[in-house]
Design a binder for this molecule. Structure first.
Ligand SMILES: O=C(O)CCC(=O)C(=O)O
Length: 268
């Protein structure tokens, strides 16, 4: 069965070879250096939570890898924007987790079915270091009610959580080797538990959008064009950073935070 058909049927692709192990080792070193240098910085949480593609050259470069874009193109067509990247890394023996949630229920962008989410592993990822789980086919059942917990251990800003228990029989463990990626639909029910192992969980989350996607009415946001065109885009188009955290990168990130201020008005 084709990748696209599998994705449409299941709402997920458990693992694809997204980048080579050599490229994964290169990005893993970049990621480790960033963590070593900045994990105590007061802006570290904000910098890793979202729009990280505007700050870190290597994150934008990873998102633009040809092998990845070819897979994205199969799913959403040839005009590809990077709407968001984030670094949901989990240190050994840390409490951070994501409860069961669906992304589309809190994302102020549409049409959500022209967005596709990749999670690229830069370390081995398994259930003991906090790898994701997904509920196969759940995307087809539509949006589910979420509660907002503001749980401090949640790696989602509002601690969003689906109040119905997930159906165990359909749970897929997303275990990955470095360079592999999982792919999920914006209505996929997914979660990841805390890292109870001695090893880091390193990876990058990438939300790609077709050129038809833009902010919902009343919202503003930015995106980077990676392939094709973005004529008439409703996003403010921005450049990938030339170097990590340079002045332009910091200015673009600050601008994107300003654009997103309506989205986060309740949590800032
Ligand atoms: O990093 C994780 O474990 C979860 C990330 C997530 O919720 C997502 O990629 O949509």
């Amino acid at each position: 069965m084709s990748l696209k058909l599998n994705y449409h049927n299941d709402g997920l692709i458990k693992a694809v070879d997204a980048i080579s192990p050599d490229r994964a080792a290169y990005y893993s070193r970049k990621c480790e250096n960033f963590i070593d240098q900045y994990s105590s910085h007061p802006n570290y949480i904000d910098w890793t939570y979202g729009k990280t593609e505007l700050l870190l050259q290597w994150v934008a470069q990873l998102a633009a890898e040809e092998t990845l874009l070819n897979i994205v193109q199969e799913l959403i067509g040839p005009n590809i924007l990077l709407w968001n990247a984030f670094l949901p890394v989990k240190p050994p023996h840390s409490t951070g987790k994501f409860d069961w949630h669906q992304d589309a229920t809190y994302w102020p962008v549409s049409p959500a079915n022209e967005i596709v989410s990749f999670w690229v592993a830069l370390s081995s990822v398994n259930q003991s270091n906090g790898g994701m789980q997904m509920v196969k086919g759940s995307h087809a059942e539509g949006p589910v009610a979420h509660e907002t917990t503001f749980d401090k251990t949640s790696m989602l800003r509002r601690g969003q959580k689906v109040s119905v228990p997930a159906d165990d029989a359909r749970i897929v463990n997303i275990d990955l080797t470095p360079g592999q990626a999982s792919i999920h639909h914006t209505l996929m029910l997914h979660r990841s538990r805390s890292n109870s192992s001695d090893n880091w969980r390193l990876g990058v989350g990438l939300n790609y959008a077709s050129c038809n996607v833009g902010p919902k009415p009343g919202f503003q946001d930015s995106a980077i064009l990676l392939r094709g065109h973005a004529d008439n885009s409703r996003f403010e188009l921005m450049e990938s950073p030339k170097t990590d955290l340079d002045n332009n990168a910091l200015a673009n990130f600050a601008r994107s935070q300003q654009l997103q201020s309506t989205r986060y008005a309740d949590v800032k």
